[in-house]
Design a protein around this ligand. Structure first.
Ligand code: ZN
Length: 414
């Protein structure tokens, strides 16, 4: 008997260590239920313990108490619940109120800190709905944990003091709906700020976020973004002291669109041009054998407007690969050549270049690879692949923060 009770005491002590049950708390009872595969651990506090008033920190006597339940990490495949006797104290100044905190979990939610950490660990690797399934909880519950943890991580772990160059990207949380603007650090690739909408005001949000996280708008020296009116307006209002660099991909897209417009206006009377859209949009190196032959045939006949427009493309792409000092003269040559096509969509594109001249020249001169932008793109794709079970744009935004940063989720017990 003595031997057995000694063993039990050892188990009790081991469990106390594992659950970090320290004075004045102690494990009063452990109830293992095979039918429901659950373990209930009852934790009490020693008699005559006094607790701090959460408002004035004065040690106060206990008024009354009741058990509150937190779900903890499983013990093997048994669900584990901590039933903690949580006291209300009576403070001379603040009357009767619940103590401010217990070591295992937040007072207003039913999961321990360690359980919340586990949720975040799993959410980094799979969709929230998959995590919900695995843990046997509803996904709305997990989303609320998720948001809380992300907010905490943002507050404590985002530090913008080293940020100098910012990429601006947009994406839609659903096809054609709920646009989200994402600002990221062009050097580290971290997501700095993600917000609903793609307006001038998105930049106002970024401006104040910089101050929130030890950044300073005056230290920012470059913005890499597309040529949309609202972004340009936002930049002009808040960050006009910085250099603007238009995103290479978006600039090239402008020319591609112009080429496609030319093709569309011609396709009515040139049967051959039907269903060739991608032939002109793709990079030459991405064409297959049939397409390459087809393109060659077209190029031999310069009478097509589409061919004229297309022949501008390679030279335009080259402008990103030349010496910085050669950019402006070569662009001038290119513009003159483009003008000579007398094609309306090309003329419009030339105007786009003129209206966004500095940002385009900077793009060509700095030759900034869009590595960071591509990094963000892969984060966006990953976020979307987790989209199953997204109920709203806020979930989408929180997931972008999660996947776009190297957040650590831990809670230190005192
Ligand atoms: Zn008090």
């Amino acid at each position: 008997m003595i031997h057995l009770s000694k063993k039990l005491m050892e188990f009790d002590k081991a469990l106390s260590d594992i659950l970090e049950v320290k004075k004045p708390w102690f494990i009063r009872e452990i109830d293992v239920h095979k039918g429901t595969k659950s373990v209930n651990v009852f934790i009490d506090y020693e008699e005559r313990t006094t607790f701090k008033c959460p408002n004035c920190e004065q040690q106060c006597k206990v008024h009354d108490s009741r058990y509150r339940v937190w779900r903890h990490l499983n013990i093997v495949d048994y669900r584990c619940y901590l039933n903690v006797k949580v006291p209300r104290i009576k403070c001379d100044r603040h009357k009767v109120l619940v103590i401010g905190e217990v070591p295992w979990g937040r007072l207003n939610i039913h999961f321990t800190h360690l359980f919340e950490q586990e949720v975040m660990k799993l959410c980094a690797e799979m969709s929230v709905s998959a995590v919900a399934k695995q843990l046997g909880e509803v996904d709305t519950t997990l989303w609320s944990i998720f948001h809380y943890q992300i907010e905490q991580a943002k507050k404590k772990q985002l530090n913008f003091s080293e940020v100098r160059r910012i990429c601006v990207d947009e994406t839609a949380s659903k096809r054609g709906h709920n646009y989200v603007t994402i600002f990221s650090d062009a050097d580290s690739g971290d997501v700095l700020y993600a917000t609903e909408g793609r307006t001038q005001e998105s930049f106002a949000g970024l401006y104040s976020e910089l101050f929130e996280h030890m950044g300073d708008p005056n230290y920012i020296n470059q913005f890499i973004m597309d040529m949309s009116k609202s972004y340009k307006a936002g930049w002009a209002q808040y960050f006009s002291h910085t250099q603007i660099i238009f995103d290479r991909f978006h600039i090239k897209k402008g020319l591609n669109e112009a080429i496609d417009k030319v093709r569309k206006s011609e396709v009515g009377h040139v049967e051959k041009l039907k269903r060739t859209r991608y032939l002109w949009l793709k990079n030459q190196c991405d064409l297959n054998e049939v397409e390459t032959r087809m393109l060659k045939e077209f190029m031999e006949d310069c009478n097509y407007n589409t061919v004229k427009a297309y022949s501008l493309k390679a030279g335009f792409d080259q402008l990103w690969n030349v010496q910085p000092k050669a950019v402006e003269p070569l662009l001038e040559v290119w513009i003159n050549k483009a003008k000579n096509t007398y094609l309306a969509p090309i003329k419009t594109f030339i105007n786009t270049i003129k209206n966004n001249y500095n940002g385009i020249i900077s793009s060509m001169k700095t030759g900034l690879t869009n590595a960071a932008a591509e990094g963000i793109n892969s984060i966006i794709q990953l976020t979307k692949s987790r989209a199953r079970g997204f109920r709203n744009v806020n979930n989408f935004i929180s997931m972008i923060y999660m996947l776009g940063n190297d957040f650590k989720f831990y809670h230190s017990t005192k």
